[in-house]
Design a protein around this ligand. Structure first.
Ligand code: COA
Length: 383
């Protein structure tokens, strides 16, 4: 392999590793499509449950199909007693993503068919995991605050139930709508890093729980799903819209820091999800009478988008930028932003695992060795 080829493949940029029917990410034009439907239409009109059906069945559900899926998800919104017990035994200082990663892995221990990789069993696991992940996230929030878990309600949608189990208060329609839109917008996204890792794990003929545990571990990083929490921490560090330029010049222009929630491997135009989430963040900020963080984020976007380097490198807000403001305004704890991303992405990951199984071949790339050669073996006391 030539140096040029190695450089071109670094980070697997632009490398096509397979085919999918799930989503199209058009980075040049800033477009995202799930199974033929524009993300803007889905965010405006679809519920998360409809999108789950779309991803798992390749078409939008009819009313009865949707009702059945809702009931099936609702019926699985609980945890094995041992897993719930472990959540209450974990150290209260554990981070929510580490808890989620561990608890999802634990679920396999209570599934006698964890290693049955038939389509039927994998579909069942996809449904159960999608339903149980919000229970884990919400229960951990309760557990670390010394509170009892709150059972899901049969009359609530997926989004309403998440808020209900997390906070224990009746979710306001606007809050639930923002969560629903967030879940829809983040449920699927081509060959992103966590999806890729789930597919790699699956390609070795490993099980759905292992693939999901891998995916959660990959999502956790600040270059991927962890960026929403980091974006909010950055807004806090900046403090006020008045301090944006000073912060940008001090840290970003000197390469000490990146603007978290900006830039993307594929999007070289505005991330279409960011445009929707910006509107949601603004609506929530107005509704809660707190424009402070939204205004700061808008100012930072303005400063960044006028910067010659950002213009040249085509750095725009990505999905994590305004979602941080929307989620913060909803009262979601900052370290629960990424777990919420995992809740949203679970059906997308599961759909990719099913797709991988349908046409599997071991994913095993190569690497160019550049280490030393022909060294002479030396006994230990001669080294
Ligand atoms: C998402 C991300 C990891 C993509 O990385 P990538 O495709 O590997 O791009 P690179 O890290 O090679 O960055 C390309 C150039 O843009 C710059 N850049 C990328 N994102 C930047 C950001 N958020 N702030 C400042 N500069 C940035 C890099 O410094 C690099 O400049 P250089 O070529 O002069 O060294 C990157 O944009 C980033 O770190 N963003 C912040 C974290 C984030 O929001 N992640 C969520 C993604 S959905």
């Amino acid at each position: 392999m030539t140096d040029k080829a190695v450089a071109a493949a670094k980070g697997l940029q632009n490398v096509i590793v397979g085919q999918t029917r799930l989503s199209l990410v058009n980075g040049t034009e800033g477009k995202l499509i799930y199974v033929g439907y524009k993300i803007e239409d889905l965010a405006e009109h679809a519920t998360f449950e409809e999108v789950i059906y779309l991803l798992w069945h390749g078409e939008l559900p009819k009313r009865q199909q949707l009702d059945e899926l809702r009931r099936a998800l609702q019926a699985e919104m609980h945890l094995p007693a041992a897993v719930m017990g472990m959540l209450y035994a974990f150290p209260k200082t554990a981070t929510p993503m580490a808890v989620l990663r561990t608890a999802v892995s634990m679920l396999a221990l209570y599934d006698p068919k964890a290693d049955d990789n038939s389509v039927e069993e994998n579909r069942r696991k996809a449904l159960q995991l999608t339903a149980k992940v919000p229970v884990i996230v919400a229960a951990w929030e309760r557990a670390r605050n010394g509170k009892e878990p709150i059972p899901a309600r049969p009359d609530y949608s997926f989004a309403q139930n998440f808020l209900w189990m997390l906070k224990g208060t009746e979710p306001q329609p606007q809050e639930a709508a923002v969560i629903d839109a967030y879940l829809v917008l983040l449920s699927e996204h081509g060959m992103n890093a966590s999806t890729f890792s789930a597919r790699v794990t699956t390609s070795t003929l490993s099980d759905m729980y292992s693939a999901m545990t891998t995916a959660i571990g990959t999502l956790k990083g600040a270059a991927h799903g962890g960026a929403n929490e980091e974006a909010m921490r950055m807004f806090f560090e900046i403090g006020s819209a008045e301090n944006v330029e000073n912060w940008f010049n001090t840290y970003v222009k000197t390469k000490q820091k990146r603007v978290m929630g900006m830039g993307h491997r594929v999007y070289k135009a505005l991330d279409p999800r960011a445009a929707v989430l910006r509107r949601k963040a603004e609506e929530m900020s107005r509704a809660t009478n707190n424009m402070h963080w939204f205004n700061l984020a808008v100012k930072l976007e303005e400063v960044a988008r006028q910067d010659p380097e950002f213009i040249e490198k085509k750095l725009y807000p990505n999905v994590d930028y305004y979602s941080a403001i929307a989620l913060y305004t909803l009262g979601i704890p900052m370290d629960q932003f990424t777990p919420l991303f995992a809740i949203a992405r679970m059906p997308g990951w599961a759909a990719h695992v099913l797709e991988q199984w349908a046409d599997n071949r071991l994913i095993r790339p190569d690497v160019e060795y550049i280490g030393p050669m022909d060294l002479e073996w030396k006994p230990i006391d001669q080294r």
